[in-house]
Design a binder for this molecule. Sequence first.
Ligand code: NAD
Ligand code: MG
Length: 341
Amino acid sequence: MAEIYYDDDADLSIIQGKKVAIIGYGSQGHAHALNLRDSGVDVVVGLREGSSSAEKAAEQGLAVKSIAQAVSEADVVMILTPDQVQRTVYAEEIAPNLKDEAALFFAHGFNIRFGYIEPTDSHDICMVAPKGPGHTVRRQYEEGRGVPAIVAVENDASGQAWDLALSYAKAMGATRAGVVKTTFTEETETDLFGEQTVLCGGVSQLIQYGFETLIEAGYQPEIAYFEVCHELKLIVDLINEGGLTKQRWSCSDTAEYGDYVSGPRVITPEVKENMKAVLADIQDGSFAKRFIDDQEAGAPEFLKLRKQGESHPIEKTGHELRKSFGWTDRDSDYTDGSAAR
Ligand code: NAD
Ligand code: MG
């Protein structure tokens, strides 16, 4: 059974006694900076020159400095830039300014696991990875709740790295929900696997195939959208609350029976073999290499695939339909449709 920690297991005063630099002010960055600040932690946000986020962070009452300046003053540096730029930001702006005994924090183990960042032994290397998007992490904290997180220590230079990581997690609100102990390797490999095979890749492909099948059979796109996409959230909410059993309990017996007889016809044992192949590519570093090599070249493959995804017919149908109904929650920095990218 995994080790789970709650508020009582963590000492908030540890992180309250440190100066924390949050590098990046995106989805996770804004949530970490604001939650820590509201938990009484001394926070500075480190941003590159000319960053469009600087104004936003300052408006929210946060101290904003250059990355070099923020890092040079910090006891704890949380790196929350996109994974593909972390190694460059680390080499150019973090490492040269990092105090010898400063702790390095991550919200995903990618760069440590695959060796793109190799800090010297004098630093605690910790992970506090909220298991939810940054905007949810912030919203839940404000509501007095918390998004669960997983924590790991890759290097315990101070002998206190675990206490520090748990203290940070408490300031994030994560120990209100529960924090699970893991390792950088386990988090990185399972996180990539989950998003590729099930959460992002698997679900996206499943929705697209479902939509295409109905359209090609002559059904209306709007109806197809409701049946294979809109209702997914309602189903997932039930799974989130009570597992597959609650989902099946809440659905009609017709739906439940169809689940049992048709699910395995669609998702065949071959799919599991494909999942194993994806996992192997993650474990041996070839997915990481493909991603980083493409990014290094200006991301031609990534941008082509993004465009391809955005031009699938279900995106147009969904865009029009969501405008006609009042059910969507928007994040202030997300613009529906591709124009704003
Ligand atoms: P993001 O893309 O939302 O934000 C990144 C921020 O980094 C930008 O807002 C900007 O402030 C800064 N930035 C961007 N490019 C930069 C550059 N070239 N140089 C310096 N700064 C730059 O990123 P995110 O989704 O918050 O991800 C940050 C980390 O958190 C990643 O390690 C990611 O794996 C992890 N994570 C994300 C989520 C999530 O829900 N988004 C969940 C768990 C963990
Ligand atoms: Mg994940």
